[in-house]
Structure formats: structure tokens, C-alpha cells
Design a protein around this ligand. Structure first.
Ligand SMILES: Cc1ncc(COP(=O)(O)O)c(C=O)c1O
Length: 424
């Protein structure tokens, strides 16, 4: 395990990362971007669903299988030691990246969804009684709604929802008025995948602290777009997914302070998470192994570690400013398209623009646009309550990655104009 001070100093180095951003060079890191779709160059505007992977990530997982493949933590043989070192150094890299105090605070999971379910069942369920409340916001992804509904059913607690306004911003005064001793956890998305809204998570954490309410932050969309510092945020749980941040699918993490994780019972039982097993009694392993039952996703973790190194090499500040230029241009250009309605006009947005175009059903729109080589997402984006709020069945969604360009926005606008013409 690595020390706190090394984690802190490494993190400040990462923060100051290289600021210049050579987009053509960056694009060459992503082999898939050179392919054609329906005879047109691929324009990938679906990063919020899953980002593309740079060669560095693909090669890191390949290298693991080609040279080091073995199970972790169990063997004295060289391959197992190498696999363990790679696995643990991926954890260390991620811990530094989010400014965790130690590697022990980073639990590898399948992703954001599994991290939230872990907190719901291990941390929250034992604390809940009828009359208790869980507070979330109206803009949550289903993965930050359903696990809480399930735990409410199991315990008799109830789910409360802080409202949003017509711009898709959180109503802060209403949220504040809903805080009380009854609230046993507040779950909030940092960046909404359906609206692009960036929530004032730090402020929300400060408000929740007045009532000692633990805050869980859904960081699935924030990780690829901005530097995340879990200590500065002041939250109690942070959940992330590898595939949203240019890493593999099936891997993600839960961060929480050591003292909270120490007090939580294990979630799943099995190998790795124990120190001693008899038929009468089992004692549990130390952190983080206590929460990593069974053989983990070793290659996935190593790929996630490589994704973190890749993001660090570009610098999160440089990525954020590149993407914010794209967001600004795309918002302006889309607003000029007749009959186009942007859903989600918060003052502070990142990465995502949801919209409808006249009466064209978003699915039809998505299908036609795909034939122009443009991949965008259509549907409810796993945020049905957001669709209900804006009174639309679905939206089309453009989401940006660090590899997108202004020229691709031109292609999108041209494809939208043609589609509009086609539907008359
Ligand atoms: C805001 C948000 N939260 C949670 C999730 C769930 O992530 P995963 O499917 O990787 O667990 C997503 C995925 O789209 C998301 O955008």
C-alpha cells in the first residue's frame, strides 16, 4: 500500500498536466475513429453512453493477456505476482487521480451501478428504519434511483426527490428545505447524462453536513470531463465507471473514506474477502479486499489504470477546455436549426446536449443521422423521470469526448438540416 503523502504529491502533478491539446494527434490514439460507417467517416457523438478506447488502453489489456495473465493475490509464482502488481498499481493510479487518501479507499466494482448497489445494501440498509428518508434529485440516472427504491422496500424507508427547474438545474432552496435528521443518505449526480447539467456538488455536501447526512456522488459522467477531487468535494461515496472514462467495460470503482468502509459489513461473500474460514465462523479481509469477493476483473482494472494514465498525459484541464469549446459551438449551431429544442439549458453544463427536432421521433432522427456516419443516442437515456419532467418521450443526445472536433459539429448540423428537409 502506498502512503498518503505520495498520493497527494502525485495528484498535484497530475493536476498541472500538459495543457496544449493537439486534436489530430489525440485522434490518432483512437484507431476506431478512422473507420467508416455506411460509407461515411465515423462521427462519434455517443461518448456519454460509452467512450472509445485509446490504443494505450487496448494495448495494456492485450499485454496483460499476452504476457502476465494469472490470478491475483494468490500465487507465489512470477506471473501471479506480476498480475497482482499490475492490478494494484492500477488501483494506486486511480486513487491518485481522484485524490483518495489511500489505495485502501478504492474498491474495484463492475461500475457505477454496482458501486451504488454496494452502498445501498452494505452501508445504508442496516441503518434504515420506517420513517427514514433517502433524498435524491429529479435528474438522476436509473442507477441512482432504483437501488434506493429497492432498499426502501426492504426497510420501510421512503424516497424523496429534490425538484429541478425548466432549465434542468437543481432547485437548491427546495433541496435545502428537504434536509433533516430523517434523511439517512443523499444521492446526487455530478453531471447529468440526460441534460448535461453540472450540479453544485460541493455546496450540496456542505449543506448535507449540517445534518450529518452522508452524500453519495454519481460520478459516471464527471470523470471523463473534469478533474475530480473526492476530498475537495466533501462527499462520502464516489461512484465511477471505467468505460465512460476511456477504459474497458465491466470495471469501475467505489471510493469512500477508510473509516466508513471499515465500519461497513461485506456485501458479497466468497474468496479473497476473508482471512479465516471455518464452518462456525469467518473473519473478513482488510480493505479493499473485504469488498472484492471472488476473482476480480483483472484485465479491466489494468485497462482502467491505463485510461487514467492516458487522461493524465493529456491533462484534465486541457480536456475540459477543449470540450467546453465544443459545447459552446454546438449549442450555438444547434440553436440555429429551425424547430430544434434543446432540453437542458443549465448555466453550468458539460459534455452533453439533448434535443428534439420538430415532430420527428428521436429514434427516426437517430436512424437517419446514422446514415450520415453520425452516432448519437436517442431514447430516455436511463432517466425516464427527466423525460417525464420535460414532457417528451425521448430525446436525441449529442455527447462529446476529448476526440471530437468542430468539423464534426458541421457534419452533425448538415445531417440534421437534411433530415429536417426529408421529414418535411
Ligand atoms: C449519470 C450516470 N450514472 C450512472 C450510470 C450507470 O453507469 P454503468 O452502466 O457504467 O454502471 C450512467 C451510465 O450511463 C450514467 O450516465
Amino acid at each position: 500500500m502506498n502512503s498518503v503523502s505520495s498520493a497527494l504529491s502525485d495528484h498535484s502533478a497530475a493536476r498541472s498536466g500538459m495543457q496544449s491539446f493537439d486534436i489530430e494527434k489525440v485522434r490518432r490514439d483512437f484507431p476506431i475513429l478512422s473507420r467508416q460507417v455506411h460509407g461515411k467517416p465515423l462521427v462519434y457523438f455517443d461518448t456519454a453512453a460509452s467512450a472509445q478506447r485509446p490504443l494505450a488502453v487496448i494495448e495494456a489489456t492485450d499485454r496483460f493477456y499476452l504476457r502476465h495473465n494469472a490470478n491475483v493475490h494468490r500465487g507465489v509464482h512470477l506471473l501471479s505476482q506480476e498480475a497482482t502488481d499490475l492490478y494494484e498499481s492500477a488501483r494506486h493510479g486511480l486513487a491518485r487521480f481522484i485524490n483518495a487518501r489511500s489505495d485502501r479507499e478504492v474498491i474495484f466494482t463492475r461500475g457505477t451501478t454496482e458501486s451504488i448497489n454496494l452502498v445501498a445494501q452494505s452501508f445504508l440498509r442496516p441503518l434504515l428504519a420506517p420513517g427514514d428518508e433517502i433524498l435524491i434529485t429529479h435528474m438522476e440516472h436509473h442507477s441512482n434511483i432504483v437501488p434506493w427504491q429497492m432498499v426502501c422496500e426492504q426497510t420501510g424507508a421512503s424516497l424523496k426527490v429534490a425538484p429541478i427547474n425548466e432549465h434542468g438545474e437543481l432547485e437548491m432552496e427546495a433541496l435545502e428545505s428537504m434536509l433533516s435528521e430523517r434523511v439517512k443518505l443523499l444521492g446526487i449526480v455530478q453531471i447529468s447524462n440526460a441534460l448535461g447539467t453540472v450540479n453544485p456538488v460541493q455546496r450540496v455536501c456542505q449543506l448535507a453536513k449540517k445534518f450529518s447526512i452522508p452524500v453519495l456522488v454519481d460520478g459516471a459522467q464527471a470523470m471523463p470531463h473534469q478533474q475530480v477531487d473526492v476530498q475537495a468535494l466533501g462527499c462520502d461515496f464516489y461512484c465511477l465507471s471505467g468505460h465512460k472514462m476511456y477504459g474497458p467495460t465491466g470495471i469501475g470503482a467505489l471510493w469512500a473514506p477508510e473509516e466508513i468502509l471499515e465500519d461497513m459489513p461485506p456485501w458479497q461473500g466468497g474468496g479473497e474477502m476473508i482471512t479465516q474460514v471455518t464452518f462456525e465462523r469467518t473473519t473478513y479481509n482488510e480493505l479493499p479486499a473485504k469488498f472484492e469477493a471472488g476473482t476480480p476483473n483483472i484485465a479491466g482494472s489494468i485497462g482502467l489504470g491505463a485510461a487514467v494514465d492516458y487522461l493524465n498525459s493529456l491533462g484534465m484541464d486541457a480536456i475540459a477546455s477543449h470540450e467546453s469549446r465544443l459545447l459552446e459551438t454546438a449549442t450555438r449551431r444547434l440553436s440555429e436549426v429551425e424547430d430544434l429544442r434543446i432540453i437542458g439549458t443549465a448555466r453550468h453544463k458539460a459534455g452533453v446536449i439533448s434535443f428534439t427536432l420538430g415532430d420527428i421521433h428521436p429514434h427516426d432522427l437517430g436512424t437517419v443521422i446514422d446514415h450520415h456516419g453520425v452516432a448519437l443516442r436517442t431514447g430516455h437515456h436511463c432517466a425516464m423521470p427527466v423525460m417525464q419532467f420535460f414532457n417528451v418521450p425521448a430525446t436525441a443526445r449529442v455527447s462529446f469526448g476529448l476526440y471530437n472536433t468542430e468539423e464534426e459539429i458541421d457534419i452533425l448540423i448538415d445531417a440534421l438540416q437534411k433530415t429536417r428537409g426529408m421529414f418535411g
